[in-house]
Design a protein around this ligand. Structure first.
Ligand SMILES: *Cc1c(COP(=O)(O)O)cnc(C)c1O
Length: 398
């Protein structure tokens, strides 16, 4: 098989940078003022992102992980409090909570979307649960309305991790990130819109916005004119140089998501057959294109499928992660602060065990790299590679 060369998020081929971003960089560099402190770009980005999301408050920070850290810090919980998290996600979902002394409690996932559900969350709630971080995995919405209903009646806060889900909408028609208490986004290189690194959060709660914003600037309320530190915070500030590029990128996010949906629509038709589950197009934003296999029906597991795609040029991963998050040394060996094991030592629950998530990684889940710059020829090549691999698995199984 001669490999097809696809556009990639790692360079200009698969990213949407143009004169708008170049002008933004020059504008800020020529001004001589690159910091958000005393500048205008980051503040403007915050207003523009809040408007895009239809929310009263947005805070811009250094990374998506920083946004998630600011979100849990804003909740002002106590060390040892529990936060429910999913086991298939980027580590950024969990590390900020751990840095705050919170104990991550892993709940299992819905077997096709790979998201937490009200049922799996309910099964993980204890008397110490104070928050949950729900991830809208690969651009598909979790049932965050159901999760909010479950959690809010118990005084549990809901943070939405939307790093992979710009402009994804829920069953109820809401934009993800606007349903829970705080919604967090990433501008890392691989995300729908990017500044290399960067993060954003939105909230409807002025108090949470204020705390998140102070946490990202050393607890320093600069707008009061006082040089004081109201509580323990970090320096997670975005720079005005980054914010200017983010402003240009945000103007393109609609088109980026529309073009990814167009790609997924073709791929969905190519892989449609018994034993293959793919997301419905309209509400999903396709950060990756996820395919979930029933190995018994399609004649092979995710590893076999990815093996058959090797040489096609298509970037595909069996399971997305090498292992579920809780099977990494940070958890298995409690590599946290010195040899203390803190805050994991504060946990009282059983060892994490999420059989659905483990099976997705080991056997059923394949993620395929797609982006907004796939041409018709790229989409056709990807469709042929995916359906060819499925045909081959079916033949081998006969
Ligand atoms: C990318 C990502 C993050 C972390 O964002 P960074 O900007 O890389 O820190 C967190 N959660 C999920 C689901 C992500 O995909």
């Amino acid at each position: 098989m001669t490999p097809h060369t696809y556009p990639t998020y790692d360079d200009a081929s698969g990213r949407r940078f143009g004169p708008e971003e170049e002008e933004a960089v020059l504008r800020v560099v020529r001004s001589g003022h690159l910091s958000r402190v005393g500048g205008t770009e980051t503040a403007a980005l915050e207003s523009e992102f809040a408007a895009l999301m239809g929310m009263p408050h947005a805070v811009a920070v250094a990374t998506g992980s920083a946004a998630l850290h600011c979100a849990v810090a804003a909740l002002d919980l106590n060390p040892g409090d529990e936060v429910i998290v999913p086991p298939i996600t980027d580590a950024g979902t969990v590390i900020g909570a751990m840095a705050q002394g919170l104990v991550p409690v892993f709940a299992d996932l819905e077997p096709v979307t790979g998201c937490l559900t009200p049922e799996t969350v309910a099964a993980a709630i204890t008397g110490r649960t104070r928050a949950i971080v729900v991830v809208h995995l690969f651009g598909g919405a979790a049932d965050v309305e159901g999760i909010v209903e479950l959690c809010h009646s118990r005084g549990i806060k809901v943070v939405e991790d939307c790093a992979q889900a710009y402009l994804t909408t829920t069953d109820g028609g809401a934009l993800v990130g606007t349903v829970g208490d705080i919604g967090c986004f990433s501008l890392q290189q691989s995300k729908h819109v990017t500044t290399g690194d960067g993060g954003l959060l939105v909230t409807g709660d002025a108090g949470l916005a204020r705390r998140a914003s102070l946490f990202a600037d050393k607890g320093w309320p600069r707008d009061t004119g006082e040089r004081t530190h109201l509580f323990l915070g970090l320096n997670y500030r975005m720079t005005d140089l980054v914010a200017a590029v983010a402003r240009a990128q945000l103007l393109k996010v609609d088109g980026v998501v529309a073009d990814r949906r167009r790609v997924a629509d073709v791929l969905n038709k190519a892989v449609a057959r018994p034993g293959v589950r793919v997301p419905e197009v309209p509400r999903h934003s396709f950060w990756l294109y996820p395919v979930v296999l029933d190995p018994a029906v399609v004649g092979g597991d995710n590893r076999r499928f990815v093996e058959l795609l090797e040489g096609s040029g298509l970037a595909a991963s069996a399971g997305y992660l090498q292992r579920v998050l809780y099977d990494n040394p940070v958890f298995t060996e409690r590599r946290t602060f010195g040899d203390s094991g803190w805050p994991l030592t504060l946990g009282s629950g059983p060892e994490p065990h999420c059989p659905v998530a483990e099976r997705m990684v080991a056997e059923t889940l394949v993620t395929v790299g797609v982006n907004e710059n796939f041409s018709a020829a790229d989409v056709a090549a990807a469709a042929a590679a995916l359906s060819g691999a499925l045909d081959r698995m079916a033949e081998d199984a006969r």
